[in-house]
Design a protein around this ligand. Sequence first.
Ligand SMILES: NC(=O)c1ccc[n+]([C@@H]2O[C@H](COP(=O)([O-])OP(=O)(O)OC[C@H]3O[C@@H](n4cnc5c(N)ncnc54)[C@H](OP(=O)(O)O)[C@@H]3O)[C@@H](O)[C@H]2O)c1
Length: 290
Amino acid sequence: MNRKTLLITGGKGMLGQEVHARFAGKYEIRVTDLAEFDVTSPGECRRVIGGLCPDVVVHCAAYTAVDRAESEEALAFRVNADGTRNVARECREHGAFMVTFGTDYVFDGNSSVPYGEEDRPHPLSAYGRSKLAAEEALKAEAPGHLLVRTQWLYGAHGRNFVFAVLDKARRGEPLRVVSDQKGTPTSAVDLADATGRLLESGARGTFHFSNDGETTWFDFASFLLARAFRGPFSISPALTGDLSYPAPRPPYSVLSKEKYREVTGVVPRRWEDAVTDFLKTMHEGEGAIR
Ligand SMILES: NC(=O)c1ccc[n+]([C@@H]2O[C@H](COP(=O)([O-])OP(=O)(O)OC[C@H]3O[C@@H](n4cnc5c(N)ncnc54)[C@H](OP(=O)(O)O)[C@@H]3O)[C@@H](O)[C@H]2O)c1
């Protein structure tokens, strides 16, 4: 039997690599990234998507430099909004089902209960605005789609908070970490799996997915150090206002997974379990924890 074809954009990124692993063996997979397929070019999108005519496109390509986006908003919009529009248009044109990812940064964080899919977005940052514009372009161009909003992603591939904390501790640098922003760390492996489950269950529209539970960046960092770092370290809590990040962050951006649970019948595992598993895998892996 001929397998269906699945095209991944941004396939060398943190999530793209886990998406590849999750769908390998189930689909005929074509992985692309910026070097061979720039999604900001409508012509490239036509050439690649029109040439392959995939059944599914998992669009992971994105501009993800949250702080840099404050001074590069036009570029963030070009990659996130225009890129998503270009991919969505070709998906519609060539009958491919489009899957892509959104962010908790579309919310302002003024809630005190987990955000549902229908809650009103109000991004505070340039990155958040570019990702909201991407959602709007997706809905306009590819009415049949799957959009999975997520947050606080970490994984084995690429820079992320887990490696940043452990690297800093290893260099003996004191850590000051914000204790007044709440969210949920999310394993890229679990997100790729959740995306697979949603796709396999025929889900359409917007879903939220993260691991379960909630924490602060400070508690997350403390958890990592307690679990994975043997040497002496220094960590102290800081308020967002004390650290001068260019991009404003939502103070509370926990996502409700109720809709995901209803459709898939699965409750995401606790963030502590996913992180513990990740640290163990990294430790056993060739490079160990970096
Ligand atoms: N990371 C998080 O905490 C987080 C949280 C919420 C949502 N998300 C969303 O999850 C998705 C995946 O994020 P990620 O963390 O895996 O990002 P990532 O590691 O930065 O991967 C994105 C990939 O897209 C590529 N790319 C950039 N511009 C491109 C272009 N014009 N054409 C084609 N490819 C391009 C990047 O290449 P280069 O590296 O060469 O630029 C990179 O390989 C994104 O939609 C992101 O917004 C992420």
